[in-house]
Design a protein around this ligand. Structure first.
Ligand code: NAD
Length: 380
């Protein structure tokens, strides 16, 4: 079978790799029909993770079950399923509490596993013709009969839609709240969209890429261009000087100013400033414990200068982490099925697997017109 292989910084290629097979009786093998490129893959592509060269990447996967192990009870060949990017066992202390992004067994002693990602366990990615899914009864979300027509919607259930939703839960968005989201990438736009679905009064999305702000506005947000405006002053002016009720970080450790200078504390400290006293901040952008490629010494060790005094003085709360996709994906699936959510509006390109190296190059350069790529192995 073919797979998209990470070879090193800014170098991926499509290679013939060993076939995905049933390795434990709880596994299924899925023929991949859609697999997205994620902002997290771009951290890898840019050489900013320590993923082992030779690894098949891709953790936003959807497809059709073609084989199942003898201990699998509810999934059968022919089922169309979407796979959470988290690999989780379903029976550890964290999984039992719905915290499947922090499964204690699939990547012990660390918490949390994922397909094709650095430090997230031995699981190959799904930017490939086939994918092995561990603990399939727990991990595979069955899709309804519109799953072919709405494939671009349902594949967003693997990561970006539940991750945006997770950001709103971490920030504790309530109906009527004002919300500021840093980052107009797919995750930021999904955080804004999720806020609006839950009744937020006004949602600001901050970025310095104008066309991404246009897309955020198509989803109903108010775009704030940080290359031309001071977003904190602008949003405070529009919220009576008070600031917003909730803030969501959807950029991560490669946050930079509009000239491209990286400062990982830029968005976090801006959120402390722009969120009102006692407001909530949710951080879903990824931050890492080691970043040898970082520009400053603190960041190399995953540390940053944090405005803790202001944060404390304002009595704010902050919650962080990988999205517990399983906690939300069933309900978000049903919003899609009932026509109440259409996250596919994010998609800029549907391409074949063979197009992956070019797609990574365009996305890695954040080129105009490239927002969210879905790879469809059936297209070539
Ligand atoms: P992306 O790279 O497509 O988008 C990031 C956006 O942030 C870009 O549009 C960029 O211009 C913008 N940006 C950079 N610096 C900024 C700044 N200072 N202020 C405002 N905007 C700024 O990525 P994405 O797919 O949207 O993912 C965003 C983050 O979410 C990444 O760190 C990704 O790894 C992470 N992520 C987390 C989870 C989770 O479970 N927590 C899941 C998926 C993705």
């Amino acid at each position: 079978m073919r797979g998209v292989v990470y070879n090193g910084a800014r170098d991926v290629s499509v290679e013939h790799v060993p076939d995905a097979m049933i390795e434990q009786p709880t596994n299924v093998v899925v023929k991949i029909t859609a697999s997205n490129i994620c902002g997290s893959d771009l951290h890898t592509y840019e050489g900013r993770t320590d993923l082992k060269p030779g690894t098949v990447i891709g953790h936003e996967n959807l497809g059709e079950v073609v084989e199942f192990g003898h201990a699998v009870c509810k999934i059968r060949a022919g089922d169309r399923v979407c796979l959470p990017f988290n690999v989780s066992c379903g029976c550890c202390k964290n999984c039992e509490m719905g915290l499947t992004g922090f499964c204690l067994t699939v990547n012990a002693p660390a918490a949390g596993g994922a397909y094709g990602y650095a430090r997230m366990g031995p699981y190959r990615g799904g930017q490939a013709d086939y994918l092995r899914v561990p603990f399939a009864d727990f991990n595979a979300l069955q899709l309804p009969d519109d799953s072919v027509d709405k494939e671009n919607d349902y594949v967003m259930l693997a990561a970006v839609f539940p991750t945006g939703w997770h950001g709103t839960r971490l920030a504790e968005v309530q109906p009527g709240d004002t919300v500021a989201v840093y980052g107009a990438g797919p995750v930021g736009i999904m955080a804004a969209y999720s806020s609006m679905i839950q009744g937020a009064a006004e949602v600001f999305v901050i970025d310095h890429i104008a066309e991404r702000l246009v897309l955020a506005e198509k989803f109903g947000a108010i775009g704030v261009d940080s290359s031309t405006t001071d977003p904190v002053d602008y949003i405070k002016d529009l919220t009576g000087g008070e600031g917003v009720d909730r803030g969501i970080e959807a950029v991560g450790y490669q946050a930079h100013d509009c000239r491209g200078n990286e400062r990982p504390n830029l968005t976090i400290n801006a959120l402390v400033d722009v969120v009102r006293p006692t407001g909530g901040i949710g951080v879903v952008g990824v931050f890492v414990p080691q970043d040898p490629g970082a520009a400053d010494e603190l960041a190399k060790d995953g540390k940053m200068v944090f405005d803790f005094g202001t944060f404390f003085g304002k009595g704010q709360t902050m919650a962080t982490g990988q999205a517990n996709v399983k906690h939300y994906n069933r309900y978000l699936r049903d919003l899609i099925h009932e026509g109440k959510a259409t996250p596919s509006r994010l998609v800029s390109h549907n391409l074949g697997l063979a197009d992956a190296p070019a797609a990574y190059r365009h996305l890695g350069n954040r080129e105009p017109g490239w927002t969210k790529v879905v790879l469809n192995p059936g297209k070539g």
